[in-house]
Design a protein around this ligand. Structure first.
Ligand code: SF4
Length: 92
């Protein structure tokens, strides 16, 4: 089974209006922020037409990669989704 097929089994309950990850406002992205575009396995980070990094955390698997890379540098704010929201993993 391919990883993509397994990921397709995940379900997400999106907490609309309460993003659990926020990118801090910036005019020019830091190297840490830029690295998230490639580092996030769910491709939640993108660069917009103004050259700023944006996050769309709807498909976030809560793996913590971006938290390890960019929370300590102050580039992002990361919290677990509220209870009941976020990724739902299916097993088996
Ligand atoms: Fe991507 Fe993982 Fe960060 Fe979620 S926690 S946005 S899946 S790197």
């Amino acid at each position: 089974v391919r990883v993509e097929d397994k990921l397709y089994q995940n379900r997400y309950l999106v907490d609309a209006g309460q993003a659990h990850i926020k990118v801090k406002p910036h005019s020019k992205p830091s190297p840490a922020l830029l690295s998230l575009i490639k580092a996030c396995p769910a491709h939640c980070y993108e660069i917009n037409s103004n050259g700023q990094v944006e996050v769309a955390p709807d498909g976030c698997m809560e793996c913590g990669t971006c938290r390890v890379i960019a929370e300590g540098t102050g580039d992002i704010e990361w919290n677990y989704p509220r209870g009941g929201y976020g990724v739902l993993f299916k097993f088996g």
